[in-house]
Design a protein around this ligand. Structure first.
Ligand code: BTN
Length: 325
């Protein structure tokens, strides 16, 4: 069967070129079918050179997300990303995943969109998701946790994002509790964790992630320019989104495996090392309540422990944090 994934994987594995005959044999199709598939990939923007003795050679990949292409970059044993779907535009990738969850999709399915028309952030905020500029995606998890334990997944996602950003760009993001990734004092990524639960058991969790990758300052809406940044702005170069997306999925798969395997402690330690909130006086708004005190640590469920002026330890699992100067 003809598969873009097979062709792209073979082209990446042999940068000097792969013969049409080898590709045809590998997929058990005719050379004409291979040629047709190569033409389709070229239409998507893949620059594939054809030479008489070397065969096909991948010269350049386009700046688009392509499900098959992403799949070839992941280990076949991965759980997160074992099923990848890419939309050119959608309202919110988390809504798409919610529908898949209700249709009993397996955990690990990932939905990317090149742009979102109704991207949402925490606390009912809008999430700006311009076409081709970032990674806007959601994944479905079925960890079998109690609702209380779900905060661990936000911690796992934040650590994965920090690791991925660091390995792709050498920039070192800080984590601001519970889910913001900052470069300098500006936000570069956020995690939105939504869940459907019965009383004591989570049916499914949708982890939605937005990462600002290639915007220039003027491409941020004016109201965000002071608060948000992109990897391109901070690192001074354009980033290959497909390669970054694969790195992000690999890291998410790794941290999710740790949380599920009962090794949350190791992750919590890394989170604490990367977190700018701990050790500071904070004000946290949770609904109509304002909690004020010193952020001390994470508890085993991933909740933030805040010591109030009266010495009481508050367990905070959501809210909006302001650091006291
Ligand atoms: C936040 O920091 O407030 C969380 C932002 C999460 C944004 C992502 S983009 C992909 C997914 N779809 C959405 O509508 N939101 C999340």
């Amino acid at each position: 069967m003809i598969s873009d994934a097979y062709i792209l994987k073979a082209l990446r594995a042999q940068p000097d070129g792969v013969s049409g005959a080898d590709l045809a044999r590998g997929m058990e199709v005719s050379r004409a079918a291979v040629w047709k598939a190569i033409e389709e990939l070229r239409k998507l923007g893949y620059d594939i050179e054809a030479t008489p003795h070397l065969g096909y050679r991948l010269v350049n990949s386009p700046d688009v997300l392509h499900a098959d292409d992403l799949a070839t970059r992941l280990d076949p044993s991965c759980l997160i990303g074992r099923d990848i779907r890419v939309f050119r535009e959608t309202a919110s990738t988390s809504d798409v995943v919610e529908k898949l969850a209700r249709d009993n999709a397996r955990e690990g399915v990932v939905v990317f969109a090149e742009s979102q028309t109704r991207g949402r952030g925490r606390l009912g905020r809008k999430w700006s998701s311009p076409a081709g500029k970032g990674l806007w995606f959601s994944t479905l998890l079925r960890p079998g946790f109690s609702p209380r334990e779900t905060t661990r997944l936000t911690v796992a996602a934040a650590v994965a994002m920090a690791r991925a950003i660091e390995s792709a760009t050498q920039l070192k993001p800080d984590i601001k509790w519970p889910n913001d990734l900052l470069l300098g004092s500006r936000k570069v990524a956020g995690v939105l964790t939504e869940l459907r639960a019965e009383l004591d058991r989570v049916k499914y969790v949708i982890v939605g992630i937005g990462l600002d990758v290639n915007q220039t300052p003027s491409e941020f809406p004016s109201g965000l320019r002071e608060m948000a940044t992109s990897l391109r702005i901070e690192g001074g170069r354009k980033i290959d989104r497909a390669s970054l997306a694969a790195t992000v999925l690999r890291e998410l798969d790794g941290t999710y495996a740790l949380v599920r395997g009962g090794s949350f402690d190791a992750l919590a330690n890394e989170w604490e090392d990367r977190c700018t909130t701990l050790g500071h006086d904070v004000k946290i708004r949770v609904g109509s309540r304002l909690i004020e005190g010193r952020a001390e640590s994470l508890n085993p469920d991933g909740a933030l422990l805040v010591r109030t002026q009266h010495g009481r330890l508050e367990h905070v699992t959501g809210g909006d944090v302001t650091l006291e100067q």
